[in-house]
Design a protein around this ligand. Sequence first.
Ligand code: NAP
Length: 249
Amino acid sequence: MSGIVAGKLAFVTGAGSGIGRAVCQKLAKEGATVVAADLNAKRASETVALLEGSDHLSLAVDVVSPNSINEAFVSVLQHYPKPPTLVVNSAGITRDNYFLKLSETDYDQVLDVNLKGTFLVTQIAVKAMINAEVSNGGSVVNLASIVGKLGNLGQSNYCASKAGVEGFTRGACIDLAKFGVRINAVLPGFIRTQMTDIVPEHIKTILIAKTAAGRMGTPDEIAEVVAFLCSNKSSFVNGASIDVTGGFF
Ligand code: NAP
């Protein structure tokens, strides 16, 4: 099969919905075999049913649990001869509240899934690549957010987690370069998914007004950039944070 990631094996978290699902579809269209991992096993398998090509795999994975991620990699290595060399960290949650009402639990959960989960999946995946001597050409793409740079009302926990993902990406880039692994972050603006379906209409109107394009983005528009970062076409892009916002101000 041809395509910019032909012959590669990709591990995508948050694959049961939104951007993660669109990334799986784009990578498969571009010739990759995809492991679709999500907390929700049913939705991950529904994603696999949508993919072009064959031999894709769906797995239930909780990115906050090292055991769960390690078990997933055991399953992957039972199914394929080599571990994935492309990793997309798209699992993410919001627990929005005004700052003075934000609970410690909601703060911790968002930091755990969005930031610690990105670290855990990346570390386990890169160790597997190095052990199998396939790390050269590896690429990790993390879904951060434009609000990690700009802030957003009622999202101090989420903004902190996504700014953290950018810092994590820049730091890990320096450590991972010697193994031939690149790592980059994509910063979406306001994208139409299950995550933003719950945003009240009047807030949606405000966020669209702050977008130069005058509309919400689609998961496919994010997946295009993620696929570029996964591919060798971005071979000199490393440690970068790339805004994909339609012009958010
Ligand atoms: P989404 O549609 O809600 O998809 C996120 C997926 O992650 C869901 O399937 C969710 O499963 C899964 N997930 C949650 N916790 C998990 C865990 N502990 N382990 C494994 N999977 C888990 O959201 P999205 O809009 O596609 O967002 C994808 C990424 O882009 C997120 O990191 C998000 O923060 C980021 N982002 C989104 C936007 C936007 O406007 N949509 C903007 C900027 C950044 P459940 O449904 O079962 O919880």
